[in-house]
Design a protein around this ligand. Sequence first.
Ligand SMILES: [Fe+2]
Length: 303
Amino acid sequence: MDYEQSLALALQPLDISEEAASTSIASKIAEVDGLFTFPAVAAAVTELFEDDNYDMKKVAAVINRDPAMASKILRVANSAAFSRGDSSDISLEKAVIKLGRSNVTEALYSVATMGLFPNVSGYALDVRDHSASCGAICRQLASDLDPEHIEGAFLCGLMHDIGKLLLIASKELIYFNAESSVLSLPESSIPLERLELGYDHGVLTGQVLWKWNIPSPVPQVVALHHLPVSSFKDSEFAKLISIVRVASVIDRQLMYSFTGLSDLISKLVKSDDGKLISLDESYLEEHWTKFLELRTEALMVFK
Ligand SMILES: [Fe+2]
């Protein structure tokens, strides 16, 4: 199956109300719930933030109870995606005060999520690296092209393919049965997933994130990231969904260079996603080195 055929099949809308798919997805979520649990500190911080009069010093103190997590959050806070070249903070308390509630939540959940998959290899490692990188690239794209939705953009990018990691970890799907060259393409795993499972990893990710109480708009955005633009163009988060899809293509180009850069840029600009977020060639050309730097740094931060 070539890329065009795979893409055409992937973009057929999926009716997740079909009994087989909904039964299968429900049992998968239940299984995932038993296998993967967020660290207690994530729940404790979320609880503190539920009170609008939350105290950032208390938040920092709770995070500091888990020193490994605290140092990773500090690394995320000081990364280019969040700090924008400001001077680095060495104290977690100063960092969380500067970040604010929404950014602290994003940094915390991103560290907790990546911590669920610490020792992966092969295709799972590619997916993990892709997730880390897409978080940073999404935040950059949202900041430049959809600033209204910058909150959540990092988590949307970082979490959009977590369903794939869950499927690999629970041995639900053997992705290696697919041609490995095809796996480097953004929509490549979708036909296999829909054929074998009745749903795709985007839908699974969205459902799992609802269960994990990940704040809106992340579950909605990731659930739709493999549906055609026509099916979500009227959604409040349409631009953010397209940003995730564009970030995914950008990152795969950085990772595999499967086509010439100028060809890829031209295709992206002309794509439905590109039109929806008003991408232009000069923006992508000017930011390409930045995207590569964000990828390199993200891989270090979440190592
Ligand atoms: Fe995906």
